[in-house]
Design a protein around this ligand. Structure first.
Ligand code: XMP
Length: 524
Protein backbone atom coordinates (compact mmCIF):
# COMPACT_ATOMS: atom_id res chain seq x y z
CA UNK A 1 0.00 0.00 0.00
CA UNK A 2 1.24 3.44 -0.84
CA UNK A 3 2.17 5.75 2.02
CA UNK A 4 1.57 9.48 1.74
CA UNK A 5 4.98 11.08 2.10
CA UNK A 6 3.31 14.07 3.72
CA UNK A 7 2.78 11.91 6.73
CA UNK A 8 6.46 11.10 6.91
CA UNK A 9 7.76 14.63 6.34
CA UNK A 10 5.70 16.42 8.97
CA UNK A 11 6.96 16.72 12.51
CA UNK A 12 4.46 14.91 14.63
CA UNK A 13 3.32 13.54 17.95
CA UNK A 14 3.09 9.76 18.03
CA UNK A 15 0.25 8.22 20.02
CA UNK A 16 0.89 4.62 20.94
CA UNK A 17 -2.50 2.98 21.32
CA UNK A 18 -3.05 0.50 24.11
CA UNK A 19 -6.73 0.06 23.31
CA UNK A 20 -8.32 3.04 25.01
CA UNK A 21 -11.72 4.02 23.71
CA UNK A 22 -10.40 7.61 23.77
CA UNK A 23 -7.28 7.20 21.61
CA UNK A 24 -8.95 8.89 18.65
CA UNK A 25 -9.87 11.78 20.87
CA UNK A 26 -6.23 12.37 21.84
CA UNK A 27 -5.29 12.68 18.15
CA UNK A 28 -8.22 14.93 17.54
CA UNK A 29 -7.38 17.31 20.38
CA UNK A 30 -3.79 17.60 19.14
CA UNK A 31 -5.01 18.41 15.65
CA UNK A 32 -7.35 21.00 17.15
CA UNK A 33 -4.21 22.57 18.63
CA UNK A 34 -2.79 22.80 15.10
CA UNK A 35 -0.31 19.94 15.26
CA UNK A 36 -0.15 16.73 13.28
CA UNK A 37 -0.31 13.43 15.15
CA UNK A 38 -0.39 9.78 14.23
CA UNK A 39 -1.70 6.69 16.05
CA UNK A 40 0.03 3.30 15.98
CA UNK A 41 -1.12 0.24 17.89
CA UNK A 42 1.37 -0.96 20.54
CA UNK A 43 1.26 -4.31 18.75
CA UNK A 44 2.63 -2.82 15.54
CA UNK A 45 5.03 -0.17 16.74
CA UNK A 46 8.71 -0.61 15.93
CA UNK A 47 11.52 1.46 17.34
CA UNK A 48 12.67 2.34 13.83
CA UNK A 49 9.26 3.98 13.20
CA UNK A 50 9.88 6.34 16.07
CA UNK A 51 13.39 7.19 15.02
CA UNK A 52 12.70 7.66 11.32
CA UNK A 53 9.36 9.39 11.21
CA UNK A 54 9.97 12.87 12.53
CA UNK A 55 8.45 12.12 15.90
CA UNK A 56 9.05 14.83 18.47
CA UNK A 57 6.84 13.56 21.28
CA UNK A 58 5.20 10.30 22.32
CA UNK A 59 1.90 9.82 24.12
CA UNK A 60 1.07 6.43 25.60
CA UNK A 61 -2.71 6.01 25.63
CA UNK A 62 -4.91 4.50 28.27
CA UNK A 63 -6.23 1.00 27.84
CA UNK A 64 -8.07 -1.93 29.38
CA UNK A 65 -4.94 -4.00 30.08
CA UNK A 66 -3.09 -4.37 33.39
CA UNK A 67 0.60 -3.50 33.35
CA UNK A 68 1.36 -6.64 35.36
CA UNK A 69 0.03 -8.80 32.47
CA UNK A 70 3.18 -8.07 30.55
CA UNK A 71 2.73 -10.78 27.89
CA UNK A 72 -0.10 -8.82 26.28
CA UNK A 73 1.76 -5.54 26.22
CA UNK A 74 4.31 -4.47 23.70
CA UNK A 75 6.58 -1.82 25.17
CA UNK A 76 10.11 -1.40 23.85
CA UNK A 77 12.16 0.03 26.73
CA UNK A 78 14.52 1.59 24.17
CA UNK A 79 11.85 4.27 23.62
CA UNK A 80 12.92 5.64 26.98
CA UNK A 81 16.47 6.16 25.71
CA UNK A 82 15.65 8.26 22.64
CA UNK A 83 15.51 11.60 24.43
CA UNK A 84 11.96 12.18 23.13
CA UNK A 85 9.44 13.59 25.63
CA UNK A 86 6.83 11.05 26.73
CA UNK A 87 3.41 11.60 28.26
CA UNK A 88 1.65 8.56 29.71
CA UNK A 89 -2.10 8.81 30.11
CA UNK A 90 -3.81 6.47 32.62
CA UNK A 91 -2.52 3.02 31.57
CA UNK A 92 0.37 4.83 29.82
CA UNK A 93 1.25 6.51 33.13
CA UNK A 94 1.31 3.09 34.79
CA UNK A 95 3.60 1.63 32.10
CA UNK A 96 6.16 4.42 32.45
CA UNK A 97 6.11 4.04 36.23
CA UNK A 98 6.52 0.28 36.08
CA UNK A 99 9.25 0.34 33.42
CA UNK A 100 11.29 2.86 35.37
CA UNK A 101 11.20 1.01 38.66
CA UNK A 102 7.90 2.05 40.23
CA UNK A 103 5.07 -0.30 41.21
CA UNK A 104 1.50 -0.65 40.01
CA UNK A 105 -1.27 -2.57 41.80
CA UNK A 106 -5.00 -3.00 41.80
CA UNK A 107 -6.26 0.21 43.40
CA UNK A 108 -7.73 0.14 46.89
CA UNK A 109 -10.03 2.93 45.78
CA UNK A 110 -10.85 2.81 42.11
CA UNK A 111 -11.58 6.19 40.55
CA UNK A 112 -14.29 6.49 37.91
CA UNK A 113 -15.79 9.78 36.79
CA UNK A 114 -15.11 13.21 38.19
CA UNK A 115 -12.23 13.74 40.65
CA UNK A 116 -10.63 16.85 42.13
CA UNK A 117 -6.89 17.23 41.65
CA UNK A 118 -4.86 19.08 44.24
CA UNK A 119 -1.67 20.82 43.19
CA UNK A 120 1.49 19.77 45.01
CA UNK A 121 4.19 21.33 42.86
CA UNK A 122 4.72 23.53 39.82
CA UNK A 123 5.36 21.87 36.45
CA UNK A 124 5.69 22.86 32.79
CA UNK A 125 2.91 20.38 32.11
CA UNK A 126 0.40 22.10 34.37
CA UNK A 127 0.99 25.73 33.47
CA UNK A 128 -2.47 27.44 33.57
CA UNK A 129 -4.11 24.14 34.45
CA UNK A 130 -5.00 24.67 38.11
CA UNK A 131 -7.49 27.27 39.21
CA UNK A 132 -6.53 29.79 41.92
CA UNK A 133 -7.10 27.49 44.88
CA UNK A 134 -4.74 24.95 43.30
CA UNK A 135 -7.37 22.46 42.19
CA UNK A 136 -8.72 21.19 38.88
CA UNK A 137 -11.63 18.89 38.00
CA UNK A 138 -10.60 15.88 35.94
CA UNK A 139 -12.21 12.71 34.66
CA UNK A 140 -10.82 9.38 35.82
CA UNK A 141 -11.36 5.80 34.69
CA UNK A 142 -8.96 3.40 36.40
CA UNK A 143 -8.96 0.34 38.60
CA UNK A 144 -5.15 0.00 38.94
CA UNK A 145 -2.86 2.63 40.44
CA UNK A 146 0.79 3.50 40.80
CA UNK A 147 1.72 2.75 44.40
CA UNK A 148 5.46 3.39 44.23
CA UNK A 149 6.95 6.20 42.24
CA UNK A 150 9.72 5.48 39.74
CA UNK A 151 13.20 6.83 40.53
CA UNK A 152 13.73 10.48 39.61
CA UNK A 153 10.00 11.26 39.51
CA UNK A 154 8.22 13.96 41.52
CA UNK A 155 4.55 14.33 42.37
CA UNK A 156 2.81 17.31 40.76
CA UNK A 157 -0.77 16.60 41.83
CA UNK A 158 -2.86 14.09 43.76
CA UNK A 159 -6.48 13.37 44.62
CA UNK A 160 -7.98 12.35 47.95
CA UNK A 161 -7.63 8.70 47.00
CA UNK A 162 -4.65 8.61 44.67
CA UNK A 163 -1.17 9.86 45.56
CA UNK A 164 0.29 10.01 42.06
CA UNK A 165 -2.26 11.69 39.78
CA UNK A 166 0.36 13.76 37.94
CA UNK A 167 4.04 12.90 38.10
CA UNK A 168 7.10 14.11 36.24
CA UNK A 169 10.75 13.47 35.66
CA UNK A 170 11.51 16.88 34.22
CA UNK A 171 15.14 16.15 33.36
CA UNK A 172 14.07 13.18 31.20
CA UNK A 173 10.90 14.96 29.99
CA UNK A 174 8.74 12.03 31.12
CA UNK A 175 5.26 12.78 32.44
CA UNK A 176 2.50 10.55 33.78
CA UNK A 177 -1.12 11.47 34.43
CA UNK A 178 -3.75 9.16 35.86
CA UNK A 179 -6.76 11.05 34.40
CA UNK A 180 -7.91 11.60 30.79
CA UNK A 181 -7.06 15.08 29.47
CA UNK A 182 -8.62 14.26 26.08
CA UNK A 183 -12.26 14.03 27.28
CA UNK A 184 -14.36 17.16 27.64
CA UNK A 185 -15.28 16.20 31.22
CA UNK A 186 -11.70 17.08 32.23
CA UNK A 187 -12.19 20.81 32.56
CA UNK A 188 -8.80 22.00 31.35
CA UNK A 189 -7.59 18.81 29.71
CA UNK A 190 -6.58 20.57 26.53
CA UNK A 191 -4.19 22.78 28.52
CA UNK A 192 -2.23 19.68 29.55
CA UNK A 193 -1.94 18.52 25.92
CA UNK A 194 -1.08 22.05 24.80
CA UNK A 195 1.71 22.34 27.39
CA UNK A 196 3.05 18.93 26.49
CA UNK A 197 3.23 19.48 22.76
CA UNK A 198 4.32 23.12 22.66
CA UNK A 199 6.32 23.74 25.86
CA UNK A 200 7.79 20.27 26.31
CA UNK A 201 8.00 18.74 22.79
CA UNK A 202 8.62 22.22 21.31
CA UNK A 203 6.76 21.44 18.11
CA UNK A 204 5.45 24.35 16.02
CA UNK A 205 1.93 24.49 14.62
CA UNK A 206 1.93 22.61 11.32
CA UNK A 207 -1.70 21.71 10.72
CA UNK A 208 -4.73 23.86 9.82
CA UNK A 209 -7.70 23.47 7.52
CA UNK A 210 -6.48 26.45 5.50
CA UNK A 211 -3.09 25.11 4.51
CA UNK A 212 -4.31 21.55 4.50
CA UNK A 213 -5.80 21.78 1.02
CA UNK A 214 -2.57 23.08 -0.54
CA UNK A 215 -0.42 20.53 1.25
CA UNK A 216 -2.65 17.67 0.20
CA UNK A 217 -2.87 18.78 -3.43
CA UNK A 218 0.92 19.08 -3.63
CA UNK A 219 1.37 15.65 -2.14
CA UNK A 220 -1.19 14.03 -4.44
CA UNK A 221 0.59 15.59 -7.44
CA UNK A 222 3.95 14.26 -6.27
CA UNK A 223 2.66 10.77 -5.74
CA UNK A 224 0.64 10.40 -8.92
CA UNK A 225 2.98 12.16 -11.34
CA UNK A 226 1.74 11.49 -14.85
CA UNK A 227 -0.19 8.30 -14.00
CA UNK A 228 -3.91 7.77 -14.22
CA UNK A 229 -6.27 7.38 -11.29
CA UNK A 230 -9.76 5.94 -10.91
CA UNK A 231 -12.19 6.72 -8.14
CA UNK A 232 -15.57 5.21 -7.29
CA UNK A 233 -17.83 8.17 -6.70
CA UNK A 234 -20.92 7.56 -4.60
CA UNK A 235 -22.18 11.07 -4.02
CA UNK A 236 -21.31 10.76 -0.32
CA UNK A 237 -19.00 13.22 1.43
CA UNK A 238 -15.81 11.16 1.55
CA UNK A 239 -15.67 10.00 -2.07
CA UNK A 240 -16.77 13.45 -3.26
CA UNK A 241 -13.99 15.19 -1.34
CA UNK A 242 -11.39 12.69 -2.56
CA UNK A 243 -12.52 13.08 -6.17
CA UNK A 244 -12.46 16.88 -6.05
CA UNK A 245 -9.11 17.01 -4.25
CA UNK A 246 -7.48 14.68 -6.76
CA UNK A 247 -9.07 16.50 -9.67
CA UNK A 248 -7.67 19.79 -8.37
CA UNK A 249 -4.25 18.11 -8.25
CA UNK A 250 -4.13 16.20 -11.55
CA UNK A 251 -7.19 17.21 -13.61
CA UNK A 252 -7.95 14.87 -16.49
CA UNK A 253 -5.71 12.07 -15.27
CA UNK A 254 -8.60 11.24 -12.93
CA UNK A 255 -11.67 9.28 -14.01
CA UNK A 256 -14.57 8.75 -11.65
CA UNK A 257 -16.98 5.87 -11.97
CA UNK A 258 -20.48 6.45 -10.67
CA UNK A 259 -22.80 3.44 -10.47
CA UNK A 260 -26.49 4.20 -10.25
CA UNK A 261 -27.81 1.21 -8.35
CA UNK A 262 -31.35 2.56 -8.40
CA UNK A 263 -31.17 2.49 -4.62
CA UNK A 264 -30.01 6.08 -4.17
CA UNK A 265 -31.85 8.98 -2.60
CA UNK A 266 -34.23 11.00 -4.79
CA UNK A 267 -32.34 12.93 -7.50
CA UNK A 268 -28.94 11.88 -6.10
CA UNK A 269 -27.63 10.80 -9.50
CA UNK A 270 -28.74 14.07 -11.08
CA UNK A 271 -26.91 16.04 -8.41
CA UNK A 272 -23.71 14.02 -8.82
CA UNK A 273 -23.76 14.47 -12.59
CA UNK A 274 -24.53 18.17 -12.31
CA UNK A 275 -21.79 18.83 -9.77
CA UNK A 276 -18.99 16.63 -11.00
CA UNK A 277 -19.55 16.40 -14.75
CA UNK A 278 -21.15 19.72 -15.63
CA UNK A 279 -19.76 22.07 -12.98
CA UNK A 280 -16.32 20.65 -12.26
CA UNK A 281 -15.81 18.96 -15.66
CA UNK A 282 -14.43 15.81 -14.09
CA UNK A 283 -14.14 12.71 -16.34
CA UNK A 284 -17.08 10.66 -15.17
CA UNK A 285 -18.34 7.32 -16.33
CA UNK A 286 -22.00 7.04 -15.44
CA UNK A 287 -23.25 3.47 -15.22
CA UNK A 288 -27.00 3.02 -15.15
CA UNK A 289 -27.31 -0.35 -13.42
CA UNK A 290 -30.79 0.13 -11.95
CA UNK A 291 -32.33 -2.83 -13.76
CA UNK A 292 -29.41 -5.12 -13.00
CA UNK A 293 -29.56 -4.46 -9.26
CA UNK A 294 -33.34 -4.76 -9.11
CA UNK A 295 -33.21 -8.04 -11.03
CA UNK A 296 -30.60 -9.59 -8.76
CA UNK A 297 -32.45 -8.48 -5.64
CA UNK A 298 -35.95 -9.45 -6.85
CA UNK A 299 -36.56 -12.47 -4.63
CA UNK A 300 -34.27 -11.54 -1.75
CA UNK A 301 -35.51 -10.60 1.74
CA UNK A 302 -32.56 -11.62 3.90
CA UNK A 303 -30.61 -8.47 4.94
CA UNK A 304 -27.18 -10.10 4.72
CA UNK A 305 -27.93 -11.57 1.29
CA UNK A 306 -29.04 -8.16 0.07
CA UNK A 307 -25.77 -6.64 1.29
CA UNK A 308 -23.64 -9.38 -0.32
CA UNK A 309 -25.44 -9.18 -3.68
CA UNK A 310 -25.12 -5.41 -3.81
CA UNK A 311 -21.45 -5.46 -2.76
CA UNK A 312 -20.49 -8.13 -5.31
CA UNK A 313 -22.42 -6.58 -8.16
CA UNK A 314 -20.85 -3.25 -7.42
CA UNK A 315 -17.34 -4.71 -7.66
CA UNK A 316 -18.11 -6.47 -10.93
CA UNK A 317 -19.44 -3.31 -12.51
CA UNK A 318 -16.60 -1.20 -11.16
CA UNK A 319 -14.02 -3.64 -12.49
CA UNK A 320 -15.68 -3.87 -15.90
CA UNK A 321 -15.70 -0.12 -16.43
CA UNK A 322 -12.30 0.58 -14.93
CA UNK A 323 -10.76 -1.86 -17.46
CA UNK A 324 -11.90 0.53 -20.20
CA UNK A 325 -9.47 3.16 -18.97
CA UNK A 326 -5.90 2.54 -20.09
CA UNK A 327 -2.76 2.81 -17.96
CA UNK A 328 -4.50 3.24 -14.65
CA UNK A 329 -2.06 2.95 -11.77
CA UNK A 330 -3.96 4.25 -8.76
CA UNK A 331 -7.26 3.67 -7.06
CA UNK A 332 -8.39 6.62 -4.93
CA UNK A 333 -10.33 5.90 -1.77
CA UNK A 334 -12.00 8.05 0.84
CA UNK A 335 -10.63 6.16 3.83
CA UNK A 336 -10.78 8.30 6.96
CA UNK A 337 -8.66 8.15 10.07
CA UNK A 338 -11.25 6.42 12.28
CA UNK A 339 -11.52 3.67 9.63
CA UNK A 340 -7.88 2.79 10.26
CA UNK A 341 -7.97 2.58 14.00
CA UNK A 342 -8.24 -0.84 15.48
CA UNK A 343 -8.62 0.06 19.12
CA UNK A 344 -11.09 -2.76 19.61
CA UNK A 345 -8.63 -5.40 18.47
CA UNK A 346 -5.84 -4.27 20.75
CA UNK A 347 -6.99 -6.49 23.61
CA UNK A 348 -7.36 -9.37 21.17
CA UNK A 349 -11.10 -9.51 21.76
CA UNK A 350 -13.20 -10.36 18.75
CA UNK A 351 -16.05 -7.96 18.10
CA UNK A 352 -19.08 -9.82 16.81
CA UNK A 353 -20.25 -9.15 13.29
CA UNK A 354 -23.50 -7.20 13.32
CA UNK A 355 -23.73 -6.38 9.63
CA UNK A 356 -21.40 -6.80 6.66
CA UNK A 357 -20.88 -3.21 5.68
CA UNK A 358 -20.62 -2.55 2.01
CA UNK A 359 -17.90 -0.08 1.26
CA UNK A 360 -16.36 0.74 -2.03
CA UNK A 361 -13.06 1.16 -0.23
CA UNK A 362 -10.91 -1.93 -0.33
CA UNK A 363 -13.24 -3.90 -2.54
CA UNK A 364 -11.42 -4.21 -5.85
CA UNK A 365 -8.38 -5.96 -4.33
CA UNK A 366 -7.81 -8.07 -7.43
CA UNK A 367 -7.21 -5.04 -9.57
CA UNK A 368 -3.58 -4.68 -8.48
CA UNK A 369 -3.77 -0.93 -8.28
CA UNK A 370 -1.87 1.20 -5.84
CA UNK A 371 -4.07 2.80 -3.25
CA UNK A 372 -4.12 6.52 -2.73
CA UNK A 373 -5.97 7.60 0.40
CA UNK A 374 -5.37 11.32 0.89
CA UNK A 375 -7.94 11.63 3.70
CA UNK A 376 -6.62 8.80 5.75
CA UNK A 377 -5.37 11.02 8.53
CA UNK A 378 -8.51 13.15 8.82
CA UNK A 379 -11.66 12.95 10.88
CA UNK A 380 -15.12 13.38 9.38
CA UNK A 381 -15.59 17.01 10.39
CA UNK A 382 -12.14 17.84 9.02
CA UNK A 383 -13.12 16.19 5.73
CA UNK A 384 -16.23 18.34 5.65
CA UNK A 385 -14.13 21.48 6.20
CA UNK A 386 -11.79 20.39 3.41
CA UNK A 387 -14.80 19.79 1.14
CA UNK A 388 -15.96 23.35 1.72
CA UNK A 389 -12.40 24.65 1.04
CA UNK A 390 -12.56 22.73 -2.24
CA UNK A 391 -15.82 24.53 -3.01
CA UNK A 392 -17.98 21.46 -3.07
CA UNK A 393 -21.64 22.42 -2.57
CA UNK A 394 -23.10 22.35 0.95
CA UNK A 395 -25.69 19.78 -0.16
CA UNK A 396 -22.88 17.29 -0.68
CA UNK A 397 -20.48 18.27 2.08
CA UNK A 398 -23.02 18.61 4.88
CA UNK A 399 -25.22 15.73 3.80
CA UNK A 400 -26.13 13.01 6.30
CA UNK A 401 -24.27 9.70 5.90
CA UNK A 402 -25.86 7.20 3.52
CA UNK A 403 -25.11 3.48 3.56
CA UNK A 404 -23.45 1.76 0.59
CA UNK A 405 -26.38 -0.65 -0.02
CA UNK A 406 -28.66 2.40 -0.07
CA UNK A 407 -32.42 2.13 0.12
CA UNK A 408 -32.24 -1.68 -0.08
CA UNK A 409 -31.58 -1.83 3.66
CA UNK A 410 -34.32 0.65 4.46
CA UNK A 411 -37.03 -1.61 3.11
CA UNK A 412 -37.13 -4.88 5.06
CA UNK A 413 -38.48 -7.72 2.94
CA UNK A 414 -38.54 -7.93 -0.82
CA UNK A 415 -37.50 -4.99 -2.94
CA UNK A 416 -39.83 -3.80 -5.69
CA UNK A 417 -39.77 -0.84 -8.04
CA UNK A 418 -42.94 0.49 -6.43
CA UNK A 419 -41.49 0.31 -2.92
CA UNK A 420 -38.34 2.14 -4.08
CA UNK A 421 -40.52 4.86 -5.60
CA UNK A 422 -42.57 5.29 -2.42
CA UNK A 423 -39.48 5.31 -0.25
CA UNK A 424 -37.62 7.90 -2.33
CA UNK A 425 -40.60 10.26 -2.09
CA UNK A 426 -41.16 9.75 1.64
CA UNK A 427 -37.48 10.28 2.39
CA UNK A 428 -37.42 13.41 0.25
CA UNK A 429 -40.42 14.89 2.09
CA UNK A 430 -38.88 14.12 5.49
CA UNK A 431 -35.44 15.49 4.63
CA UNK A 432 -36.79 18.66 2.98
CA UNK A 433 -38.99 19.31 6.01
CA UNK A 434 -35.94 19.00 8.25
CA UNK A 435 -34.06 21.49 6.10
CA UNK A 436 -37.01 23.91 6.00
CA UNK A 437 -37.38 23.84 9.78
CA UNK A 438 -33.64 24.24 10.47
CA UNK A 439 -33.39 20.80 11.99
CA UNK A 440 -31.22 19.05 9.39
CA UNK A 441 -27.87 20.15 10.82
CA UNK A 442 -28.90 19.31 14.39
CA UNK A 443 -29.40 15.69 13.37
CA UNK A 444 -26.57 13.27 12.57
CA UNK A 445 -28.63 11.09 10.27
CA UNK A 446 -32.28 10.94 9.27
CA UNK A 447 -34.22 8.87 6.79
CA UNK A 448 -37.54 7.28 5.93
CA UNK A 449 -37.96 3.50 5.70
CA UNK A 450 -40.77 1.37 4.38
CA UNK A 451 -41.96 -1.48 6.59
CA UNK A 452 -43.28 -4.65 4.94
CA UNK A 453 -46.51 -4.40 6.90
CA UNK A 454 -49.85 -3.27 5.58
CA UNK A 455 -52.39 -1.81 7.99
CA UNK A 456 -55.95 -0.57 7.67
CA UNK A 457 -56.72 3.12 7.46
CA UNK A 458 -59.57 5.35 6.44
CA UNK A 459 -59.23 8.10 3.86
CA UNK A 460 -62.18 10.05 2.46
CA UNK A 461 -64.61 7.60 4.05
CA UNK A 462 -62.94 4.72 2.30
CA UNK A 463 -61.02 1.84 3.79
CA UNK A 464 -57.33 1.75 2.89
CA UNK A 465 -54.86 -1.07 3.32
CA UNK A 466 -51.39 0.31 2.76
CA UNK A 467 -47.74 0.22 3.84
CA UNK A 468 -46.31 1.74 6.99
CA UNK A 469 -43.58 4.36 6.73
CA UNK A 470 -41.02 4.55 9.52
CA UNK A 471 -39.06 7.72 10.20
CA UNK A 472 -35.71 7.62 11.96
CA UNK A 473 -33.63 10.61 13.09
CA UNK A 474 -30.68 10.24 15.42
CA UNK A 475 -28.01 12.24 17.15
CA UNK A 476 -24.56 10.71 17.32
CA UNK A 477 -20.83 11.50 17.40
CA UNK A 478 -19.65 8.81 15.05
CA UNK A 479 -22.51 6.41 14.33
CA UNK A 480 -21.21 3.91 16.89
CA UNK A 481 -23.79 4.91 19.47
CA UNK A 482 -26.88 7.00 18.84
CA UNK A 483 -29.97 8.44 20.43
CA UNK A 484 -33.25 9.30 18.75
CA UNK A 485 -33.96 12.98 18.11
CA UNK A 486 -36.93 14.59 19.91
CA UNK A 487 -39.25 16.41 17.51
CA UNK A 488 -42.18 18.61 18.50
CA UNK A 489 -45.66 17.18 17.99
CA UNK A 490 -46.35 19.92 15.40
CA UNK A 491 -43.37 18.93 13.30
CA UNK A 492 -44.19 15.23 13.42
CA UNK A 493 -47.77 15.94 12.49
CA UNK A 494 -46.70 18.10 9.58
CA UNK A 495 -44.35 15.46 8.15
CA UNK A 496 -46.82 12.65 8.71
CA UNK A 497 -49.61 14.59 6.94
CA UNK A 498 -47.33 15.52 4.07
CA UNK A 499 -46.28 11.93 3.53
CA UNK A 500 -49.81 10.52 3.69
CA UNK A 501 -51.28 13.28 1.53
CA UNK A 502 -48.62 13.11 -1.16
CA UNK A 503 -47.66 9.49 -1.43
CA UNK A 504 -49.95 6.79 -2.67
CA UNK A 505 -49.32 3.50 -0.95
CA UNK A 506 -48.70 4.73 2.63
CA UNK A 507 -51.45 5.22 5.22
CA UNK A 508 -49.51 5.22 8.49
CA UNK A 509 -46.32 6.92 9.70
CA UNK A 510 -44.40 5.81 12.79
CA UNK A 511 -41.33 7.25 14.51
CA UNK A 512 -38.47 5.05 15.74
CA UNK A 513 -37.66 5.93 19.38
CA UNK A 514 -34.87 3.42 19.99
CA UNK A 515 -31.28 4.31 20.62
CA UNK A 516 -28.19 2.42 19.42
CA UNK A 517 -27.62 0.10 21.20
CA UNK A 518 -29.97 -1.80 21.43
CA UNK A 519 -31.06 -0.98 17.85
CA UNK A 520 -28.76 -0.12 14.98
CA UNK A 521 -29.14 3.05 12.95
CA UNK A 522 -30.22 1.29 9.76
CA UNK A 523 -33.02 -1.29 9.86
CA UNK A 524 -31.00 -4.07 8.22
P1 XMP B 1 -25.66 0.86 11.73
O1 XMP B 1 -26.91 0.49 11.02
O2 XMP B 1 -24.60 -0.21 11.66
O3 XMP B 1 -25.07 2.10 10.95
O4 XMP B 1 -25.91 1.31 13.13
C1 XMP B 1 -24.00 2.92 11.39
C2 XMP B 1 -23.66 3.91 10.28
O5 XMP B 1 -23.11 3.19 9.17
C3 XMP B 1 -23.91 3.40 8.01
N1 XMP B 1 -23.94 2.13 7.29
C4 XMP B 1 -23.16 1.87 6.24
N2 XMP B 1 -22.27 2.65 5.59
N3 XMP B 1 -21.85 0.88 4.11
C5 XMP B 1 -21.63 2.14 4.51
O6 XMP B 1 -20.83 2.84 3.89
C6 XMP B 1 -22.73 0.05 4.72
O7 XMP B 1 -22.91 -1.10 4.32
C7 XMP B 1 -23.42 0.58 5.83
N4 XMP B 1 -24.35 0.05 6.68
C8 XMP B 1 -24.64 1.04 7.57
C9 XMP B 1 -25.27 3.83 8.51
O8 XMP B 1 -25.99 4.57 7.54
C10 XMP B 1 -24.88 4.64 9.73
O9 XMP B 1 -24.47 5.93 9.35
Amino acid sequence: MLKMSLEENLKKILIIDYGSQFTQLIARRIRELGVYSTIISHKKIKLIDIISKNIVGVILSGGPLNVYESKKINFDRNILKLGIPILGICFGHQIISKELGGRVKKAKNREFGLAKLKKIKKSKLTNNFFIKNGSSNVWMSHADEVIKLAKGFKVIAKTDTSKFSIVENSSMNFYGIQFHPEVTHTEKGKVILKNFIFSICKIKKNWSSKNQKQILIKEVKNIIGKSKVICALSGGVDSSVVAKLIHNAIGNQLTCIFVNTGLLRKNEEKQVLKTFKKKFKINLIYVDAKKLFLNKLKEVSDPEKKRKIIGNLFIRIFEKYSKKIKNVKFLAQGTLYPDLIESKSVTGSQTSKIKSHHNVGGLPKKMKLKLIEPLKFLFKDEVRKLGLELRLPNEIVLRHPFPGPGLAIRMPGKITENKIKILKEADDIFINSLIKHNLYNKIWQAYAALLPVKTVGVMGDNRTYEYMCLLRAITSEDGMTADFFSFSKDFMQLVSNKIINNIKGVNRVVYDVTSKPPSTIELE
